[in-house]
Design a protein around this ligand. Structure first.
Ligand code: HEM
Length: 234
């Protein structure tokens, strides 16, 4: 625990780097996941073939899942530790203090982060473990290209989002994700030292654009389902 590396990552600046690095992994994952989900617009065969490909090498799948879990836990636990440190450094809040230049996104990072964590737990139980909807387990599809019987992810997603409360929950959570990303990405630029006076406005614009791209990309799926864009085979 006394190595220079451990000392660095237990310092405040080291923890900020851990937040930035784990945040980068998670922000990258949501982008790739969003691109994957958009394949629903290519149809049942394309989405199911893609989902099957992702799961076809168990060692890669589980290695990736472990890596993602590690990034998520690092991000959450380091955030809790930084919040505690900040509180300890300023134990008595000043009642007259005004919130200067703090955006809604920056003031709600704890709230949006906690809600997103709860969303991820629900989401994994919903679409990966399928414990909330056991009927999703029995959805199968035979791929036209090789005759393999695979899980019918297309019917699961389209069927899932036809329930209005599920679509509404996802859309609200994606709004949280958008808010969290707009501040998170600009904090990341700050931590790595590129958000200087000359670049601040442009990089803040990049962070806001990133949050909105992710938001629009993800919500397009439940919105399209609610608007009746997909027909499920009978
Ligand atoms: C409209 C929005 C979304 C849809 C339709 C969607 C769809 C899916 C589906 C179908 C799976 C299971 C894949 C399978 O087992 O075959 C999955 C897994 C997952 N999703 Fe999403 N997702 C959405 C949003 C998100 C967001 C915003 C996050 C993160 C903040 C996220 C994180 C995950 C994670 C961590 C997994 C587990 C990955 C694994 O099993 O290895 N998803 N998603």
């Amino acid at each position: 625990m006394n190595s220079p590396c451990c000392k660095f990552f237990s310092s405040s600046i080291g923890k900020k780097y851990l937040m930035a690095l784990s945040g980068l992994v998670l922000a990258g994952f949501v982008f790739v996941h969003m691109l994957g989900n958009l394949q629903v617009f290519l149809g049942q065969e394309a989405l199911n073939a893609y989902a099957y490909k992702l799961q076809s090498i168990p060692a890669v799948l589980w290695g990736f899942r472990l890596f993602l879990l590690l990034a998520t836990l690092t991000h959450v636990l380091t955030a809790i530790s930084l919040v505690r440190e900040n509180r300890a450094a300023r134990p008595e809040p000043n009642g007259d203090e005004k919130v200067v230049q703090a955006t809604i996104a920056s003031r709600t990072m704890g709230l949006t982060g906690s809600l997103l964590f709860a969303f991820i737990v629900f989401h994994v139980l919903h679409y990966t473990v399928r414990i909330t909807h056991p009927e999703y387990q029995d959805m199968h599809y035979v791929l036209e290209k090789n005759g393999k019987e695979v899980h019918d992810v297309f019917t699961m997603i389209v069927g899932g989002f036809t329930k209005k409360w599920i679509s509404a929950t996802y859309i609200v959570c994606m709004a949280m994700l958008c808010l969290h990303l707009t501040h998170g990405v600009s904090s990341l630029f700050q931590t790595v030292g590129i958000r200087n006076t000359a670049w601040k406005a442009r990089l803040d614009g990049v962070a806001i654009a990133y949050g909105w791209i992710i938001f629009i990309g993800f919500i397009s799926v439940p919105l399209a389902v609610l608007m009746g864009a997909f027909k499920l085979p009978v």
